[in-house]
Design a protein around this ligand. Structure first.
Ligand code: TQI
Ligand code: ZN
Ligand code: ZN
Length: 169
């Protein structure tokens, strides 16, 4: 069963159209940006929310960046595997990813070691759930289940994820 992020109100009623931006120095390719766009779409399909990319990092509701090691928020990254990413819920939706992971696009594990490669979209869909105020779920199929095996791709919301987010929005 789904849960909510403790002590975190969801995005307020008046905020249904949210913006997101990428840390400019990451210089992400269109391919990578497309992965995030599809991950947001999975949640906007089942809620009244919309997500639009903006070029203004400082004014975006959700700020996405790849960082390595200590990046001054008290939650340093730890290199390959371990912590992959973390998200801080509203009012500033910070979404940080560990730059040192072997990120895989579109489940294409052909040139990667399945033992250490992580599918970017799978992690993005999960972290966006946190950005919207969801905690972890006890349902194994759920995107919000707290573990994922390395080398696997899980991007489809389960009915448990949908029920959870629809209770918030
Ligand atoms: N990051 C953890 C996560 O997002 C951060 C975390 C630890 C956390 N404890 C928490 C977040 C309690 C909320 C509440 O869950 S992670 C997965 C999964 C991670 C893990 O890097 O370990 C995914 C990031 F579910 F697969 F294990 C993305 Cl998909
Ligand atoms: Zn961080
Ligand atoms: Zn999580």
């Amino acid at each position: 069963h789904y849960s909510f992020f403790p002590n975190t109100p969801p995005w307020p009623r008046g905020r249904r159209d949210l913006t997101y931006a990428f840390l400019p120095r990451n210089q992400l390719s269109d391919l990578v940006r497309g992965v995030f766009s599809r991950a947001f779409e999975r949640w906007s399909e089942v809620t009244p929310l919309t997500f639009t990319e903006t070029s203004s990092f400082s004014s975006a509701d959700i700020r996405i960046g790849f960082y390595s090691g200590d990046h001054n928020d008290g939650e340093p990254f730890d290199g390959v595997l371990g912590t992959l990413a973390h998200a801080f819920a509203p009012p500033v939706g910070r979404f940080h990813l560990d730059e040192q992971e072997n990120w895989i696009i579109d489940g294409d594990f052909t040139n990667a070691s399945p033992l250490s490669a992580v599918d970017l979209e799978s992690v993005a869909v999960h972290e966006i759930g946190h950005l919207l105020g969801l905690g972890h779920s006890s349902v194994e199929d759920a995107i919000m289940y707290p573990t994922i095996s390395s080398g696997t791709r899980k991007v489809e919301l389960s009915s448990d994820d949908v029920l959870g987010v629809q209770e918030l929005y």
